[in-house]
Design a protein around this ligand. Structure first.
Ligand SMILES: [Zn+2]
Length: 358
C-alpha cells in the first residue's frame, strides 16, 4: 500500500484543480486534485454520436480504443505506475463484434474511445483470458485511487452506462425487449405499438455536513454519523437519496432531521461527484444547524456526534491513510480513533472544503 499512497500523493501534487477556483480567503493555493470520478478528458460528442453513419465511421477507425468490462470490472494494467486502463485495439474489438459497444468520447486528438460489455452474448473464454498477471479485471472502486483522475472518470462513465444496459433489457411500459441505440445512451422498445425510448438514469443523493455555530463562543462543530455496517471508527457525512418532488435544500433538511433529529435552516451547495455504483450523483452541501440536540434514528444510524474543527481535521488526516474504507487500520491509528472516509469520497472533500473556509 505504501506504493499506492505514493502514487496518490504524487498526483495530488501535480493534478490541476478543476473544481474550485482559489479565493482570497486562502493565503496560498491548497493541495489540489479533481474530485474522484471527475475530470475526464473525453468529449462525449453528444450530437454527432446520434448519427449512425458518424458512429460507424468512428467505430471503424484504425486508432479506435476499446475498454473492456467483465462483471462490471474494468481491464486495467496494474504493473504500470500509475495503473492504467488496458485499451484494446480495433482488431480485438472486431474479433468480438457481438459485444455491445458504447461510445465514450473523443480525446484531444479526436481518437474515439469505446467501452465493450464483456458479459453479453458474444463474450467467451477469450474475454476471461484477458485477465493475466499484468492486466486484470478490477472493481472500479478499488482501482480508482490508483489511476490518473482522467481514467477513473472514464471508468465511472463506462461502468454506469453498461450497468444500466444490463438491467434494462425490457421496456418498463409494455414489457417487450429493448435494444441499444444512439451510441449506448438510449434503449428503444421493439414493441410494435410502443417503441418507447428509455434513457440512462442518474439517482441524485444529497450528502451534507450540518454545521452548528455557537454565538457565545464563536466555535463551530460539525455533525457526522456512522452506520453499523461501516468499518470500525469511521464517521461520515449524513446522506440519502432525494425523493420525487423535492428540492436539494428540502432533501438535505429532511435527511438530517430523519437521521439525527437536528433541525437545519440555510443550505448551500458546494460540489458534486458521480458515484458509479451503480449510477448516483452525490450532491455535496453544507446546512446550518439551528440547534445541537441529537436524536439518532437507530434504524438508519448507529451513532451521530458533533465534532470540533480540530477533531474533524484529525479525522480527515486519519482517513488519508487509507485508499478504501475497508483497508485495515494503519499503523499510526491502531486503536481506530474516529476517522473520515478517504479522499475518493465526497464526504472527505466537503469536509476538507468546509475546514478550508468554503
Ligand atoms: Zn415498450
Amino acid at each position: 500500500m505504501d506504493e499506492a499512497r505514493w502514487i496518490c500523493q504524487r498526483f495530488a501534487m501535480v493534478s490541476p484543480d478543476t473544481s474550485t477556483p482559489p479565493t482570497d480567503r486562502r493565503s496560498e493555493p491548497r493541495p489540489v486534485k479533481p474530485i474522484g470520478f471527475t475530470g475526464s478528458h473525453l468529449d462525449r460528442a453528444g450530437n454527432p454520436r446520434r448519427k449512425p453513419e458518424w458512429l460507424a465511421a468512428q467505430r471503424a477507425r484504425q486508432d479506435a480504443r476499446f475498454l473492456l468490462l467483465r462483471e462490471l470490472k474494468a481491464l486495467v494494467t496494474i504493473t504500470r505506475k500509475p495503473a492504467a486502463i488496458r485499451w484494446l485495439d480495433l482488431a480485438w474489438a472486431d474479433a468480438h463484434a457481438a459485444l455491445p459497444c458504447i461510445f465514450l468520447g473523443l480525446d484531444e486528438n479526436d481518437i474515439p474511445h469505446f467501452a465493450l460489455d464483456g458479459d453479453a452474448a458474444g463474450g467467451d473464454d477469450s474475454v476471461a483470458g484477458m485477465h493475466t498477471e499484468t492486466d486484470k479485471f478490477i472493481d472500479v472502486r478499488s482501482i480508482a485511487a490508483l489511476l490518473i483522475p482522467e481514467e477513473a472518470a472514464i471508468l465511472a462513465q463506462a461502468r454506469s452506462v453498461i450497468d444500466w444496459h444490463q438491467r434494462h433489457r425490457f421496456c418498463a411500459q409494455c414489457g417487450s425487449q429493448t435494444e441499444m441505440a444512439e451510441a449506448g445512451y438510449t434503449r428503444r422498445c421493439i414493441g410494435e405499438t410502443c417503441k418507447a425510448a428509455h434513457f440512462p438514469r442518474t439517482d441524485p443523493v444529497v450528502i451534507m455536513l450540518a454545521v452548528h455555530y455557537d454565538e457565545k463562543t464563536g466555535a463551530e462543530k460539525v455533525l457526522l454519523g456512522r452506520q453499523g455496517r461501516m468499518p470500525p471508527g469511521m464517521y461520515s457525512a449524513l446522506a440519502g437519496f432525494m425523493e420525487p418532488g423535492e428540492s436539494i435544500e428540502e432533501a438535505v433538511r429532511r435527511e438530517i432531521m430523519e437521521e439525527s433529529g437536528v433541525i437545519t435552516g440555510a443550505v448551500r451547495y458546494l460540489v458534486s461527484q458521480p458515484w458509479p455504483f451503480p449510477s448516483s450523483l452525490m450532491i455535496g452541501c453544507i446546512a446550518e444547524a439551528l440547534d445541537d440536540r441529537i436524536t439518532v434514528d437507530q434504524d438508519e444510524l448507529e451513532d451521530a456526534q458533533w465534532f470540533t474543527r480540530e477533531q474533524a481535521m484529525a479525522m480527515l488526516e486519519r482517513g488519508k491513510q487509507r485508499l478504501a474504507p475497508t483497508d485495515p487500520p494503519p499503523a499510526d491509528n491502531p486503536q481506530n480513533e474516529p476517522w473520515m472516509p478517504p479522499p475518493l469520497s465526497l464526504a472527505h472533500q466537503i469536509a476538507k472544503r468546509w475546514l478550508a473556509g468554503d
